[in-house]
Design a binder for this molecule. Structure first.
Ligand code: ZN
Length: 91
């Protein structure tokens, strides 16, 4: 038995923040090469509040350019101020 607290003793961080998650995609299709380095398109969808809006942007960008490789990102927000670590027990 260890003196360290287990994860089961932690209260969960709230998953319903005041700010909704941000979704974004950027095009990483290689469009040319310069001095041996791949040059990527790097067009961005901008930040959206739904994944669907980003999917629509990618479909439209693919239709217009033929580019097919993207990097999608999701950033969510949490409030760690409500999280409490349990008291450390003595060894
Ligand atoms: Zn592109």
């Amino acid at each position: 038995m260890t003196a360290d607290p287990s994860f089961a003793e932690y209260k969960p961080v709230p998953r319903v923040p005041k700010k909704p998650a941000d979704y974004e995609a950027s095009c990483v299709t290689e469009v040319s090469e310069l001095l041996g380095l791949a040059i990527k398109c790097e067009k961005s969808s901008g930040t959206w509040q739904t994944a669907h809006a980003v999917d629509v942007w990618m479909a439209d960008h693919t239709k217009k350019t033929g580019h097919t490789r993207y990097r999608r990102a999701l950033a969510d927000f949490v409030d760690s101020g409500a999280a409490e670590a349990p008291a450390r027990s003595a060894p």
